[in-house]
Design a protein around this ligand. Structure first.
Ligand code: FES
Length: 124
C-alpha cells in the first residue's frame, strides 16, 4: 500500500493529501481542481506546462523530505535548490511537507521612452 502525505500550504489551515509517487501539483489539481485554484490570500500555486518548463508552479519547501525531477536552472538555481525551492510539478514528497508559493517575477527589460518626431517634419 502506498503512502499518502499531507501537504500544508503556508497560510492555509487545511492540508491536502498527496499520494506516494504523485507530484505536489498533481495532488493540488486533484484536491482543488486544475487551473491553479489553490488560492491562499493573494498567493497561489498556478498551473502551467506541468513539465518543469514554464516555472509558474515554483514553491519553497519549508519542512519535509522530498525529491525533484529535472528542473530548468532558469527557474531554480543550484543555490535556490539548496534553500528548498522547487517546481511543484517536479516535486514528489517523501514525508509530509510544508510549502510556500514562490513565483519568481521576471525582471522586465528597461524599455526606452517613446519619442515623437516634431510635428510636420516628415522625411525629405
Ligand atoms: S507547471 Fe510549468 S514548470 Fe511547473
Amino acid at each position: 500500500m502506498e503512502n499518502t502525505f499531507a501537504i500544508h500550504l503556508e497560510g492555509r489551515d487545511t492540508p491536502f493529501p498527496c499520494r506516494g509517487g504523485e507530484t505536489v501539483l498533481e495532488a493540488l489539481d486533484r484536491a482543488w481542481g486544475p487551473g491553479g485554484r489553490a488560492m491562499i490570500g493573494a498567493k497561489r500555486i498556478p498551473t502551467g506546462c506541468r513539465r518543469g518548463g514554464c516555472g509558474v508552479c515554483r514553491v519553497q519547501v519549508l519542512a519535509g523530505r522530498y525529491r525533484t525531477g529535472p528542473t530548468g536552472r532558469n527557474h531554480v538555481s543550484v543555490e535556490e535548490e539548496g534553500e528548498g525551492y522547487a517546481l511543484a510539478c517536479r516535486l514528489t514528497p517523501e514525508s509530509d511537507l510544508t510549502v510556500r508559493p514562490a513565483l519568481k517575477v521576471p525582471v522586465r527589460a528597461e524599455i526606452p521612452p517613446y519619442t515623437l518626431s516634431p510635428p510636420g517634419r516628415g522625411p525629405g
